[in-house]
Design a protein around this ligand. Structure first.
Ligand code: BES
Ligand code: ZN
Length: 957
């Protein structure tokens, strides 16, 4: 049966076929592709019938319908796959995608038509591209060639199209593909729907996409590698009613009514990688501003979209976006190449945000700000994410890395420059200082175990690629770039960035291209050689400082490892530089900055001369270098005593650095724990957020570690003493303008409550009761502490159920997150179990928040064993739901078992991994989980005694 319907701009030919081939083939021809009259339809029908004959012939060997499976098909049939080359051949390259998509918001299915203009680079009879989870109905060539067959390689998501004739190098082919996809309601990558509650309690569905790194292939057949840049001509169909409208990377070109629908065609894009394409059909509303460019390109509009209900929450992001974009244009000296920049908050969003060119999409918490709901942390998060994603418009989108191996340069640079962007717009936030506690310190902790990996890492499969979006790429990447900027100088760095962007725009690069731009500047160091020691080796050095005479200090280096036992496990010959680094040594003598000295990887030692009058030397100014520094005990003691006299002898960053180094060295048994505890004595005088954040992180970690030891009580007494003064000084009154003071308050209050300072707990309890009984919420900055410690100290079944109801009704994403965190604080095991079960239902906890929820419960010592058992019992179900290629699923394991510290627990984790050997995107996370437990075991062995003795010596008992 053939039905021909001419519907305005479209002609549908629906043909039902039986036999062993496709059951229904839908062929639709777009106005933009071809013509819309019936003659054309007839011609196409002929072509189509011809093609169907061909398809029928070949489909004896291949099914034209790809089953609904992808990476996750492996689930728990525990067979480790062999090594496969996942890369596409480079015999052809796409130039233009003419793409039509019609998503059905009701059924969750979509229909697509595509014509790809392809340049043939080498003679071939095959075109191989990506396609995953799509039903391919029909593949054809438009310029006289015929398709011999098409088939699939399911392991590699390949669609292999064979031509009857050889395609000649230098020629251009137009290949058409008609396809269908499904399951948009049940996933949050590729093409998907998201829903939110309207003011009248009805649900509104919207449609959007998220492709990075390898999900574009789930939306339309494409050359889904970043190196294949092409232009896009996109048409989207959406319901004409319901206030729906469509957005994509480019401006709207035409907008036609087609029966019950509207078809929107966008202007043709500039060349871009497939992972940057984006579509959004929604009823969102926007506020806009003009970005002034100062002559570098034309002024353009930046707009922030959100649900109509949250319209007023977009202003902060909009102001930040305008300011930060203007800053980047000035910094990069390269124009923004698109006609507009849209940003939208999506109610279901898998990561924080995604830098689709011209249409950046965000999770709601990363874009929306409402002073009645958002805390200072929430506000800074919005600015951070906006500054990060907009940086990608140049670094990543305009110039793109050839392959994911070099991901670190993209993400590391964006993470690095986001600090500059924020610092420019909000100078009083002291972003350069916050880099220490947000980025370099956490990643150095991670990078000091054998589970870490070098920045430059070769990756192949989608799971490996996904896994690479980790703290090494982001935070170590950013830290190494920050160190590089510091030793070559800010101006030179900026010039190199401009030249890089200018020379490679619309093109692809490798890391070396960036470094070459730096070397072209007149520098007297070999930047590439220096950087290789940091990018090609896992970990970092510890610099040992010995005073050998009143005027000389001798520096040596060795790899720093959190677990001393690991020294025996590493082989120096594993790396070209034998685990030695070319280190920029910056230092102060009596607080005065000195000229940088190089300590090259092949040098035995480095000597520093100081005047005989010098009292103290501190190395690694402001923790800009990615290394730790260890001193003799006398030197550490001097730091403590100088700081006790006057904290101003060092900058805030240097104090935060000293604290971080001394604790990490003590943890790794490189210095005695006494030294670290003695250093804390100065905290009575410390009033700044960043050093306090370092101390609080350590004290909470110690609290968790010592919780099940006999020294716990004494430790708590000690820690309470440390916090007492600052606790009293921060108080419970928030002033919105004092951003850093607010960060300090939050840090101190949560530490004080966690240590059980009575006044803190009582305050939290009272405010919690007022909230539950009278509906009066505390200031947004206090809510986290009040909800968490209120629930922890006074939670009962009744209280929990009440808060649960508030949580499920709440529509503000930031508020919801705080409530969810509060729910996880209850100390009643069965209620925590109930929470875990309830969280499984996406109507209760959105899929995007599921892992945060589970990890929150596991962070509660009462919840930890319950979650651990639950995950082991339900692993197969989890893999079925999220897919083994899900990076958050992989990361969940180290988060849950992070506090395990016994051989018994280690055995449990090992047994679990043995039972389910396929790790998917969690391979490195598994290593990390095991390494952390071993570090914990070792920690207790080497430090517990020292801590006990110190507490005793200081009469804490
Ligand atoms: N390109 C990433 C988004 C992404 C992350 C895609 C992981 C695929 C896998 C984006 O630029 C990004 O880095 N987003 C961050 C937020 C950002 C401010 C750090 C994220 O999603 O966590
Ligand atoms: Zn990024």
């Amino acid at each position: 049966m053939i039905a021909i319907t001419a519907k305005g701009v479209q002609v549908f030919l629906i043909l039902a076929l039986t036999a062993f081939t496709v059951s229904t083939i839908v062929l639709a021809v777009q106005k933009s592709n071809l013509k819309s009259d019936l003659d054309a339809a007839q011609k196409l029908l002929d072509e189509f019938e011809e093609a169907v004959k061909q398809t029928t012939v070949t489909s004896t060997t291949t099914t034209a319908t790809v089953p609904q499976t992808s990476v996750s098909t492996t689930t728990t049939t525990e067979k480790i796959p062999e090594t496969i080359d996942y890369r596409l051949p480079k015999t052809v390259a796409p130039e233009l995608y003419d793409l039509y998509l019609h998503p059905n918001l009701e059924t969750g299915e979509f229909e697509g038509q595509l014509v790809i203009t392809i340049k043939v680079l080498e003679n071939t009879d095959k075109i191989i591209l990506h396609s995953a989870n799509l039903d391919i109905a029909y593949v054809y060539f438009t310029n006289g060639l015929t398709v011999k067959s098409f088939s699939f390689d399911l392991d590699r998501d390949f669609l292999i199209v064979e031509s009857t004739d050889e395609l000649k190098a230098g020629s251009t082919v137009r290949m058409g593909i008609n396809f269908r996809g499904h399951e948009m309601h049940t996933k949050i990558v590729g093409l998907y729907t998201s829903a939110y509650k309207k003011a009248d309690d009805s649900y509104k569905r919207i449609f959007t996409s998220k492709f990075q790194p390898t999900y574009a292939r789930q939306a339309f057949p494409c050359f889904d590698e970043p190196g294949f840049k092409a232009k896009y001509l996109v048409s989207l169909v959406h319901p004409k009613d319901g206030n729906y409208h469509a957005l994509s990377n480019m401006d709207e070109d035409t907008n036609d009514l087609v029966g019950e629908f509207r078809q929107v065609t966008f202007k043709q894009s500039v060349p871009m990688s497939s992972y940057l394409a984006c579509f959004l059909i929604s009823d969102f509303v926007a506020e806009s501003k003009t970005v002034e460019t100062n002559g570098i390109g034309e002024a353009f509009q930046v707009s922030v979209y959100a649900t109509p209900e949250q319209k007023e929450k977009v202003i902060f992001a909009l102001n930040t976006a305008k300011a930060v974009t203007e800053y980047y244009i000035k910094y990069f000296q390269v124009e923004y190449p698109l006609p507009k920049l849209d940003m939208a908050a999506i109610p279901d969003f898998v990561s924080g945000a995604m830098e689709h060119w011209g249409l950046i999409t965000y999770r709601e918490t990363a874009l929306l700000y409402d002073k009645d709901y958002s805390s200072t942390v929430n506000k800074q998060r919005v600015a951070q994410v906006v500054a990060h994603e907009i940086a990608h418009m140049w670094f990543g989108n305009l110039v793109t890395l050839k392959w994911w191996d070099d991901l670190w340069l993209n993400e590391g640079f964006a993470r690095f420059i986001e600090y500059k962007g924020q610092h420019y717009v909000y100078p009083d936030w002291n972003m350069p200082e916050q880099f220490l506690v947000n980025a370099i310190q956490p990643v150095m902790k991670f990078d000091s175990t054998l589970a870490s990996h070098p920045i430059v890492q070769s990756v192949n499969s989608p799971a490996e690629i996904t896994e690479l979006f980790d703290t090494i790429s982001y935070e170590k990447g950013a830290s190494v770039i920050r160190m590089l900027e510091n030793f070559i100088g800010e101006d030179k760095f900026e010039t190199a960035v401009t030249n890089y962007l200018e020379n490679y725009k619309f093109d692809n690069t490798v890391t070396d291209d960036f470094l070459s731009e730096i070397e072209k500047l007149d520098l007297n160091i070999n930047v590439k050689d220096i950087l290789r020691t940091w990018t090609e080796q896992r970990g970092f050095p510890m610099v040992n400082v010995k005073q050998t005479s009143p005027t000389t200090y001798v520096l040596t280096q060795k790899v720093f490892l959190a677990n001393k036992d690991d020294h025996a496990l590493i082989n120096e010959d594993d790396t070209a530089f034998k685990y030695r680094w070319s280190i920029p040594i910056t230092y102060y003598v009596d607080g005065v900055e000195q000229e940088l000295k190089w300590f090259y990887y092949d040098q035995e030692e480095l000597t520093i001369e100081v005047p005989s009058t010098a009292e103290w030397v501190k190395i690694n100014n402001k923790q800009i270098g990615y290394y730790r520094v260890n001193y003799d005990k006398e030197m550490w003691d001097k730091f403590a005593s100088f700081l006790n006299k006057d904290i101003k002898v060092m900058s805030t960053s240097d104090r935060a650095h000293i604290l971080n180094d001394v604790f990490s060295l003590a943890d790794a048994d490189e210095v005695n724990y006494d030294i670290a505890f003695d250093m804390m004595s100065y905290l009575g005088k410390e009033t700044e957020y960043v050093p306090w954040k370092v101390a609080a992180t350590k004290l909470s970690a110690l609290k968790r570690t010592l919780m099940f030891t006999e020294d716990f009580k004494a430790f708590k007494t000690f820690a309470k003493n440390v916090v007492e003064v600052i606790y009293k000084s921060v108080g419970w009154t928030v002033n919105d303008e004092e951003v850093l003071k607010n960060r300090l308050r939050m840090t101190v209050l949560s530490l004080a409550c966690s240590l059980g300072i009575e006044d803190c707990i009582n305050e939290a309890k009272t405010k919690f009761a007022t909230f539950l009984e009278k509906g009066e919420k505390p200031h947004p900055d206090l809510r986290e502490v009040v909800y968490y410690y209120g629930m922890a100290s006074s939670g009962s079944e009744e209280v929990w159920e009440k808060m649960w109801d508030i949580f499920t009704e709440e529509q503000d994403a930031n508020e919801k997150a705080k409530l969810m965190d509060g729910l996880s604080a209850i100390q009643v095991p069965w209620i925590l179990k109930r929470f875990i079960n309830l969280a499984w239902n996406p109507e209760n906890v959105r899929e995007q928040d599921y892992f945060t929820c589970i990890q929150g419960i596991a962070a509660n010592p009462v919840g930890e064993p319950i979650v651990w058992e639950y995950v082991r019992e339900n692993w197969e179900e989890m893999v079925r739901r999220f897919g083994i290629g899900n990076r958050y699923l992989g990361r969940m394991i180290p988060a849950i078992v992070g506090n395990f510290d016994s051989e018994t627990k280690l055995g449990e984790v090992v047994a679990f991994f043995e039972k389910y050997p396929i790790a998917g995107a969690g391979a490195a996370s598994r290593e990390q989980a095991l390494a952390n437990i071993k570090v914990n075991i070792q920690w207790l062995k080497s430090n517990l005694n020292d801590i006990h003795n110190w507490l005793e010596d200081n009469s804490i008992y």
